[in-house]
Design a protein around this ligand. Structure first.
Ligand SMILES: NC(=O)c1ccc[n+]([C@@H]2O[C@H](COP(=O)([O-])OP(=O)(O)OC[C@H]3O[C@@H](n4cnc5c(N)ncnc54)[C@H](OP(=O)(O)O)[C@@H]3O)[C@@H](O)[C@H]2O)c1
Length: 427
């Protein structure tokens, strides 16, 4: 007979309420919701007030509660609550990517010391079972690469821009549809994707990677013009989280918007969908696609984790999913080479391409294509009266360091008004 699990919810917002409603529907009588911790007891909700409390200790100190679902979000008070719950021998299921990305080592170590389980499938990819796939199904593989479209909001915005909508309009549409927060900074600057790729890289490569070690570039510099130019070159534009093992001791972990060949499967993942591609020595290549957010898909991941803990709770010890004090530091050592796409706003005058070509050649950068067009991005405001033009170029493969050195020189060339957009090419 299955052991009954009495559950305490920390948070009862978008995700918490969906989880609570599933538990209260009593589809699985061995899972009982006892209490949900919220900030505002007067908020209108779809669950009875008798289940709510604004005193977390009613959950954390209740000996009957043996599993906590943390869906508060953010670092505090979530971290303090989670540590206390683990010390009180309660299993933990969480959807909080920021918490796990920043404080995973402390959380897993505390769980290990107290012989309780931590499950986190909902932290990345919403309903896509990517974490459990890496931890369980792909266990026999040496994983060499994890690449994903990890943020549905930015994928929606980029998709709308591909369809010709300006960045501002696409963002407004995302907010109207409830895909983007009123303050969308974490999505637009790639911070949400950074938390997610740091979790995936840590689990895939078995070494804790802090989000502070992850290179991160957001999508704000991209304009509809870049989509048009990318299309002419045979590419689409996506925000990717990339974690790649270069050799035994060197890995790169980055979030960046990139040109991706339009024929690649990831280039075709549009709207709010997420997709994650994993490469391993045995599996070769695996692509998981699905809803990366939303109450129902995320509660699917959370409740799946609850059931897994319930099944294993009596028979397994807790474990550490990665080395906590890893000596491997991402993005150090081996040079990373890319093809780069650059869009410049320049004075529309003779000799610009020649001057640019000289600087690039001096820095050993050769060009695959270059084009100067009289059209401008109407979204960029320019006060200057002189005629201006848009100049774009695509380099052959070059090291990031050489490219950066060359760009410093490009920036100070007289006819260059602005380096408007730089995108790596994802091969
Ligand atoms: N939304 C998604 O699609 C999605 C998908 C995957 C993962 N996640 C993750 O799931 C977590 C929850 O997301 P959500 O969208 O459900 O957030 P949400 O709607 O903002 O809900 C947060 C809940 O936590 C409570 N809360 C927050 N801070 C509190 C505090 N200081 N004291 C007491 N209660 C507090 C809120 O109480 P009140 O209700 O009283 O305000 C609310 O019930 C986050 O970590 C998020 O990253 C979300």
């Amino acid at each position: 007979m299955q052991k009954t699990f009495t559950i305490g919810l920390l948070g009862c917002g978008n995700i918490g309420e969906a989880v609570a409603l599933e538990l209260l529907a009593n589809k699985n009588p061995s899972l009982k919701l006892k209490k949900a911790f919220v900030k505002d007891l007067n908020k209108k909700r779809n669950i009875a007030n008798s289940f709510l409390t604004n005193n977390a200790d009613e959950i954390l100190n209740d000996p009957e509660i043996n599993l906590i679902i943390e869906v508060l979000g953010g670092e505090e008070p979530a971290l303090g609550f989670v540590i206390k719950a683990l010390q009180n021998k309660k299993h933990l299921v969480t959807a909080n990517k920021e918490l796990i990305a920043k404080h995973g080592p402390q959380i897993f170590e505390t769980a290990f010391q107290n012989s309780v389980q931590v499950r986190l499938d909902a932290t990345v990819g919403g309903g896509i079972p990517i974490i459990n796939t890496i931890l369980d199904s792909l266990k026999a593989n040496e994983i060499t690469e994890v690449v994903g479209i990890l943020n549905g909001t930015t994928n929606y915005i980029l998709t709308q821009m591909k369809r010709g909508h300006s960045f501002e309009l696409a963002l407004k549409e995302a907010q109207e549809k409830g895909y983007a927060e009123p303050d969308p900074t974490n999505d637009l600057e790639g911070i949400d994707a950074k938390y997610k790729i740091s979790i995936l890289a840590s689990l895939a490569f078995g070494n804790y990677i802090s989000p502070s070690q992850v290179f991160c570039q957001g999508i704000k510099d991209i304009s509809v013009l870049d989509f048009n130019l990318a299309k002419e070159l045979g590419f689409s534009i996506k925000l990717l989280g990339v974690a790649k093992k270069l050799n035994k001791d060197e890995i790169k972990v980055k979030v960046y918007p990139c040109l991706i060949p339009a024929k690649k499967p990831l280039a075709k993942i549009d709207d709010v969908l997420n997709a994650i591609l994993v490469r391993g020595d045995l599996i070769q290549e695996l692509l998981l696609v699905g809803s990366g957010a939303g109450a129902k898909p995320t509660s699917s991941a959370i409740l799946g984790d609850v059931l897994s803990i319930q099944k294993l709770a009596d028979s397994t010890q807790s474990y550490l999913p990665y080395k906590i004090n890893s000596l491997i530091k991402p993005n150090q050592g081996v040079e990373h080479n890319y093809r780069f796409y650059v869009r410049l706003i320049v004075d529309d005058q003779v000799g610009v391409i020649r001057d640019l070509g000289n600087v690039l050649a001096k820095n050993n950068i050769s060009l695959e294509s270059i084009s100067q067009k009289a059209y401008n991005d109407e979204n960029i405001e320019h006060n200057n009266q002189t005629e201006e033009a848009t100049l774009t170029f695509l380099t052959h493969e070059v090291s990031e360091n050489d490219f950066e050195l060359a760009l410093r020189e490009v920036k100070i060339l007289k006819p260059i008004r602005e380096i408007a957009c730089i995108l790596r090419v994802f091969e």
